[in-house]
Design a binder for this molecule. Structure first.
Ligand code: MLT
Length: 264
């Protein structure tokens, strides 16, 4: 049964108090937040959904967009009676969704954390690459995207030294339904440039990025941070794109500092 109501999103929930929402990247699941769910739930009410079509959530109805993922999250919050402002954390594609959520529901966001993500839209070459990748995934299965992405998700050091993390990620990416992977690729290809939103962000914001991220470079993240009034930029040495899993302590500490700024 397709998802047309966010209350059907599978999610993890832990802790109590101020709500913190964690939005995962592509083609991943809420499992990427395991460390942050444990660390932040000591002081906050952590809610980590699987976006429509991924992990334990059922398939998404077409058409899928960053806005449809964001509306699903708003409906999930409604169904959980989370009506106060949330601290919104988005990693990579989850960051695109977080920025779409901010555009649709600015009154629901009390603080914003953007991790290894960007506000700019795809270049024409990147769009063409997504369309091509979606066709391959539909023909060959999601292991196509797992193999295409694994070398870019982690730093060279993590790729060499953390075989268990590499195999866990390849297995998880390969297990995502090809239709959901193709839908997300298509949605990312046509996502809007949300750069115009940045100057109007009026909530405590942190931008976190891996110093060795080749998917969203430190330069792109620094530029995005400098466009957001008062935003802090935290660069994590030795980490690639998937900082919440590669450098979990550093990411959880940066998020805990940012959450303290929200209550200061
Ligand atoms: C992600 O990690 O969510 C993706 O790499 C984002 C993207 O491909 O733009």
């Amino acid at each position: 049964m397709p998802i047309d109501n966010g209350s059907m999103l599978h999610h993890d929930e832990a802790g109590g108090g101020q709500p913190v929402v964690l939005l995962h990247g592509f083609p991943l699941t809420l499992e990427m937040w395991r460390h942050q769910i444990e660390a932040l739930s000591a002081t906050h009410h952590v809610i980590a959904p699987d976006l429509a079509g991924f992990g334990g959530s059922g398939p998404a109805s077409d058409p899928v967009s960053m806005e449809s993922y964001a509306r699903d999250v708003a409906e999930l919050l409604d169904s959980l009676d989370v009506l106060r402002q949330v601290a919104l954390v988005g990693f990579s594609m989850g960051g695109y969704v977080a920025l779409a959520f901010l555009g649709l529901f600015p009154e629901r966001v009390g603080a914003l954390a953007l991790i290894d993500t960007k506000a700019t839209a795809d270049t024409p070459a990147a769009k063409a690459g997504r369309v091509d990748a979606a066709a391959h995934v539909l023909e060959q299965g999601s292991s196509f995207i797992a193999e295409a992405m694994i070398g870019k998700l982690l730093s060279p050091g993590s790729l060499a030294d953390r075989p268990n993390l590499v195999s866990e990620l390849v297995a998880s990416m390969s297990a995502q339904p090809p239709r959901s992977v193709a839908q997300a690729l298509g949605a990312m290809a046509v996502r809007a440039d949300t750069t115009p939103l940045l100057a109007a962000v009026g909530v405590p914001t942190v931008v976190v990025g891996g110093a060795e991220d080749v998917i969203v470079t430190p330069e792109e993240m620094g530029t995005m941070a400098s466009a957001i009034p008062g935003a802090e930029y935290v660069e994590i040495p030795g980490a690639g794109h998937l900082t919440p899993m590669e450098a979990p302590d550093a990411v959880s500490e940066a998020l805990a500092r940012w959450l303290n700024r929200m209550t200061d």
